[in-house]
Design a protein around this ligand. Structure first.
Ligand SMILES: [Zn+2]
Ligand SMILES: [Zn+2]
Length: 205
C-alpha cells in the first residue's frame, strides 16, 4: 500500500516537470533574437489614422495591460515626436493581405533619421532594430466583424512583436489563446504565458 502511493507521487511530479518544460520554451520561434536598441522603454507615436478609424482605445489597452505585467523591464508610453518613437502605429484600410488583420515590421534609423527596412528573418536570428512599424487593418477587421475584444487582441499582439515576442502557435506551440497567438481571438489582456515570455526577454533591471 505504501509503495503504491510513492509510485503515484512520482508520476505526478513527472507530469509537472513535463508541463514546465513545455511552457519554458523561449526559442526564436517564440521570442525574436533581436530587440529594440534603446532598451525596454518604448515611446510610441500614433498616426492620425489611428484616431480617425477609432483605434486609440485598443492601443491604450495594449499599453496599459503590457505595462501591468509584473517584473517586466518594459514601459510603453505615448510621444508626439514620430522621429523619436520606437513604435509607430498606423490604421490602414484593406492595405494588408486578405485575412491579415495586423502587421509589424522592423527598421533601422540612421543618423539623418532615414529609416531602412530589416528582413524579419534577420531580426528573428538576432539583428537589433530602432523602430517597429505597426499597421492595424480596419478594412480586414471590419470584413471579419471584429469585436472590441478582438481589436484589443490584435493591438496587443502587434505591440508584442515590437517587444520581440513572436508566435506561440509556432513549433513548439503553446496551447490555448494568447495575445501572441495569431488570428481572430477575443482576449483583452495578455496571459501568464505572454507575461512569462516578456519577462524572459526583458527582465526587470
Ligand atoms: Zn514559448
Ligand atoms: Zn504576429
Amino acid at each position: 500500500m505504501k509503495k503504491k502511493r510513492i509510485v503515484l507521487l512520482t508520476t505526478i511530479s513527472l507530469l509537472f516537470l513535463g508541463s514546465t518544460m513545455v511552457s519554458a520554451d523561449y526559442s526564436s520561434n517564440h521570442v525574436l533574437g533581436g530587440k529594440n536598441r534603446t532598451g525596454g522603454v518604448f515611446k510610441y507615436w500614433l498616426d492620425s489614422s489611428v484616431a480617425s478609424y477609432g483605434y486609440t482605445n485598443s492601443i491604450t489597452n495594449a499599453k496599459t495591460n503590457w505595462n501591468a505585467v509584473p517584473n517586466a523591464g518594459i514601459f510603453l508610453f505615448e510621444t508626439s515626436d514620430a522621429d523619436d518613437a520606437e513604435i509607430k502605429y498606423y490604421v490602414t484600410n484593406n492595405e494588408l493581405g486578405s485575412g491579415v488583420f495586423g502587421a509589424a515590421d522592423f527598421w533601422d534609423r540612421n543618423s539623418n533619421g532615414k529609416l531602412s527596412f530589416l528582413s524579419p528573418t534577420s531580426v528573428m536570428s538576432g539583428t537589433n532594430f530602432d523602430m517597429t512599424r505597426i499597421r492595424l487593418d480596419y478594412g480586414r477587421m471590419t470584413s471579419a466583424n471584429f469585436t472590441s475584444a478582438e481589436r484589443n487582441h490584435n493591438a496587443g499582439h502587434e505591440t508584442g512583436h515590437a517587444m520581440s515576442l513572436s508566435h506561440f502557435e509556432d513549433y513548439p506551440a503553446h496551447t490555448g489563446n494568447h495575445w501572441m497567438k495569431s488570428g481572430q481571438i477575443s482576449l483583452n489582456s495578455p496571459t501568464s504565458t505572454d507575461a512569462d515570455h516578456l519577462v524572459w526577454k526583458w527582465p526587470a533591471p
